[in-house]
Write a protein that binds this ligand. Structure first.
Ligand code: FAD
Length: 387
């Protein structure tokens, strides 16, 4: 990677890749590019999460499925990440009267966002041709020149040039902003009326408060709560509810009243006092679905992960689809002998329909998980599926 003040040399042989965003998908992508022997640099706006004391992030535990595991396997990281997670073999439906009914599904594993990102970041650093730059926030970039401007927390700026810019900078991607100015770029974003809030269910006598190898769901039609197990024997409960419902609850007593009415079996497990406090700790977070196409500009830039396709979390496939982006791109690199113009066009051609399908399935599951999962039709269908 060259400083913009220097003239880029014309006879450079080895391609230089800049991955913007060092989250889950950026960190994995760095491993893929490095494994291919390209010079890769990651530019992440935050400080190094491996050293940061407080990490403000979204959901800490995520469901890893076959799609994501395949991509991890390719860079030798599947077992290292899965071994730090908890297998989940089924959903456990909690009805209002406290009855629990399991509904089996495919092999899934809970993984924790932070250790997974640490491990991928560590792994990328084992390649001599990979370099990580933290505290580098992309401010602006030019698709024509492949030139990026990063700003650091002390206000200094750095100008960096690369052959290929890979936008892995999440749902509110700064890379994607340049795409929006171009003709024939399709873009849509939809905020759903629901927000989400995370609550912790502590262990009881050092053991999980509920059966651990399940994704626990309390479907209540217009809203729902889910709980995923963590290695420290806690569960992270996520309450999904329309924002106006969240806002109606303004006191600790109202929280208890609401849980009494909707999730009574969870109160002794989370603890009434903790509930009263935790509900007000952070405001409910918004959820956005982003669809766009194409994913590339010429032979210079490509979007992957949430930057290309942020999806609502109800299908548990956002990270998995982002991981799959990396392996699909790698296969196309192989197929087209790293001819970037051909690779990027082919990547958009094959990947856009699949990622849009994931976004649609996630939106469909937004209703299925909170409503259909309750219905006799759903239970019947699952029964038929399992035969
Ligand atoms: P991000 O994780 O958002 O990372 C982007 C990175 O880019 C960040 O590190 C950010 O600091 C950096 N960045 C941003 N702007 C800049 C800039 N200007 N310059 C430099 N760096 C920048 N997915 C699943 O597969 N399974 C699940 O069970 C699941 N559950 C979820 C539950 C919830 C409540 C939510 C909200 C999401 C869930 N997801 C799940 C989706 C998953 O979290 C995302 O798909 C995944 O984190 C996307 O990874 P990413 O690397 O593309 O983006």
């Amino acid at each position: 990677v060259l400083n913009a003040m220097e003239e880029p040399s014309d006879n450079r042989q080895k391609k230089v890749v800049a991955v913007v965003g060092g989250g889950l998908v950026g960190a994995l992508n760095a491993c893929f590019f490095a494994k291919r022997g390209l010079d890769v640099e990651v530019f992440e706006s935050r400080e190094d999460i491996r050293q940061a004391k407080v990490v403000k992030g979204r959901s800490i535990n995520l469901a890893l499925s076959h799609r994501g595991r395949q991509a991890l396997k390719h860079v030798g990281m599947e077992e290292k990440i899965v071994s730090q997670g908890i297998p989940m073999h089924a959903r456990m439906i909690h009805s209002l009267n406290g009855k629990q009914s399991p509904i089996p599904y495919g092999k899934k594993s809970q993984v924790n966002r932070l250790p997974a990102t640490y491990k991928l970041t560590n792994h990328s650093e084992t390649y001599p041709n990979a370099k990580l730059n933290f505290d580098h926030k992309l401010q602006d970039w030019s698709a024509e020149k492949g030139l990026m401007t990063f700003v650091r927390s002390d206000g200094t700026k750095e100008h960096i040039q690369a052959d290929l810019i890979v936008g892995c900078d999440g749902a509110f991607s700064a890379i994607r902003k340049q795409f929006l100015r171009r003709s024939r770029f399709n873009y849509s974003q939809t905020y759903i009326p629901h927000g989400y809030m995370e609550l912790t269910m502590p262990p009881i006598n050092g053991e999980f408060a509920m059966k651990p190898n399940y994704l626990h769901i309390w479907p209540r039609n217009t809203f729902m709560m889910i709980a995923l197990p963590n290695l420290d024997k806690t569960f992270t409960c996520t309450l999904f509810m329309p924002f106006d419902e969240f806002e109606k609850i303004t006191t600790g007593d109202q929280v208890i009243e609401f849980f009494q009415k909707c999730f009574p079996d969870s109160i002794p497990l989370i603890g009434a006092d903790a509930l009263r406090e935790d509900y007000f700790r952070l405001p409910a977070q918004a959820m956005v679905s982003v669809k766009c196409s194409p994913y590339h500009i010429g032979d210079k830039c490509v979007l992957m992960g949430d930057a290309a396709h942020a999806v609502v979390p109800f299908y548990g496939q956002g990270m998995n689809a982002g991981f799959e982006d990396c392996i699909v791109f790698d296969e196309i690199m192989e197929q087209f002998n790293e001819d970037l113009a051909a690779v990027l066009a082919e990547y958009s051609r094959v990947r856009v329909p699949d990622d849009h399908a994931i976004a649609d399935l996630a939106m469909y599951n937004y209703v299925e998980m909170r409503a259909h999962v309750n219905s006799k039709w759903f239970l019947f269908r699952k029964h038929v599926d399992n035969i």
